[in-house]
Design a protein around this ligand. Structure first.
Ligand code: PLP
Length: 287
C-alpha cells in the first residue's frame, strides 16, 4: 500500500513529499514536533499532545499553524490514508521557509506543517515487553532546553546509535552530577527495592513525556508510591526494576544498564502492571 504524507495543505505520495531546502526545520532544526500513539483506530491523548505542541511553539515564538479541530481533521485523514489502525502519527511544525539567515524571518512566514503516520505490529511491542530491553548510559550533552520538544535531536541520534552498537535499545543521558536525566527518546524510571517509583521532575533537564504524565496517573490509581526526584546510575543499577516510557514504547521494562542486570535481569511486576493498565487512563479519540 502506498504511503501518504501531509505537507502544507497537500496530501502527497510519501516518495515525493518534501519541504523546501530553505525550510528552517531542515536548515536549523528550527522546528518542533509531536509523536502520538494510534491504538485501535484511536488517537491517544490528543489534548495533551496539542497542549505540549502549543507550548513548544510558544517557547520558540512560532505561530500555531491551525486550530486543534483542523489539526485533528488532518491527523485523521493522514491516519486513514495510510490505513494505520495501530501505530504512530508524526507532526512537525517548522518556522517556515525563508532565505537562510539565523535570525527569525521578518515579517514572519507561514509555518511549515508536515504529518506522517506509520503502522506498528502491536504484538511485536508486547513480545518485547515480555523480555524487556537494555539501555546504556552516555554523558548529558544536549542543549539545556530539552523541555521543548524541538527537532534538535543530533545528540539523541548519536546516543541511540551508540546504544544500538552496544546491543542495547536505549541510552540514558547522565548529567554532571551522575544523575540520569532521560533516554534518547524516552523518560527514565526506576522502582526501588522498597517498591517506590522514581522519575526525575519534569521542570528541568527532561522532556515532559505524555506517557510519563499518564504513567504517574496510573501509578496513583494502582496505589503505588511515587517520588519525582533525580536518581543516579548507581541507584538505578541497584533498583528492583527500571523502565522507560514514550508514546512509541509505552511502559517498557529495562533489564540491563551498561550491561549490568537490573533486578534479576528480567521484567519485574510493576512495569508490566503499569503497561497493562495504561490505556484505562488515556484519552482516546476515534481517528
Ligand atoms: N524524552 C525524549 C527526549 C523524547 O524524545 C520522548 C519522545 O519522543 C520522550 C521523552 C517521551 O515523550 P512521550 O511520552 O510524549 O512520547
Amino acid at each position: 500500500m502506498s504511503r501518504i504524507a501531509y505537507v502544507n495543505g497537500r496530501y502527497l505520495p510519501h516518495d515525493v513529499a518534501a519541504v523546501h531546502v530553505e525550510d528552517r526545520g531542515f536548515q536549523f532544526a528550527d522546528a518542533v514536533y509531536e509523536v502520538c500513539e494510534i491504538r485501535d483506530g484511536h488517537l491517544v491523548d490528543p489534548t495533551l499532545h496539542f497542549e505540549r505542541l502549543e507550548r513548544s511553539l510558544g517557547e520558540l515564538r512560532i505561530a500555531v499553524p491551525m486550530s486543534r479541530a483542523a489539526m485533528l481533521v488532518v491527523m485523521r485523514r493522514v491516519a486513514r490514508a495510510n490505513r494505520v489502525h495501530d501505530g504512530s502519527l508524526y507532526v512537525q511544525v517548522s518556522r517556515g521557509r525563508s532565505r537562510r539567515d539565523h535570525v527569525f524571518p521578518s515579517p514572519a512566514v507561514r509555518p511549515t506543517v508536515v504529518m506522517t503516520a506509520k503502522p506498528v505490529a502491536r504484538a511485536k511491542g508486547e513480545a518485547l515487553a515480555e523480555t524487556g530491553i537494555g539501555v546504556i548510559t552516555v554523558p548529558e550533552n544536549r542543549w539545556e532546553r530539552v523541555d521543548i520538544k524541538s527537532v534538535s535531536l543530533l545528540p539523541n541520534c548519536l546516543a541511540k546509535q551508540a546504544a544500538k552498537e552496544a546491543g542495547a535499545r536505549e541510552a540514558w543521558f547522565v548529567d554532571a552530577g551522575g544523575f540520569v536525566t532521560e533516554g534518547g527518546s524516552t523518560n527514565a524510571w526506576i522502582v526501588t527495592v522498597d517498591g517506590v517509583l522514581v522519575t526525575r521532575p519534569a521542570e528541568h533537564g527532561i522532556l515532559r513525556g505524555i506517557t510519563r504524565t499518564i504513567t504517574l496517573k496510573v501509578a496513583a490509581k494502582l496505589g503505588l508510591k511515587v517520588e519525582e526526584r533525580a536518581f543516579t546510575v548507581e541507584e538505578a543499577k541497584r533498583a528492583r526494576e527500571a523502565f522507560v516510557t514514550a508514546a512509541t514504547t509505552l511502559v517498557m521494562p529495562v533489564v540491563s544498564i551498561d550491561g549490568s542486570p537490573v533486578g534479576n535481569g528480567a521484567p519485574g511486576t510493576t512495569a508490566p502492571a503499569l503497561r497493562a493498565a495504561f490505556h484505562d487512563s488515556t484519552e482516546m479519540v476515534a481517528i
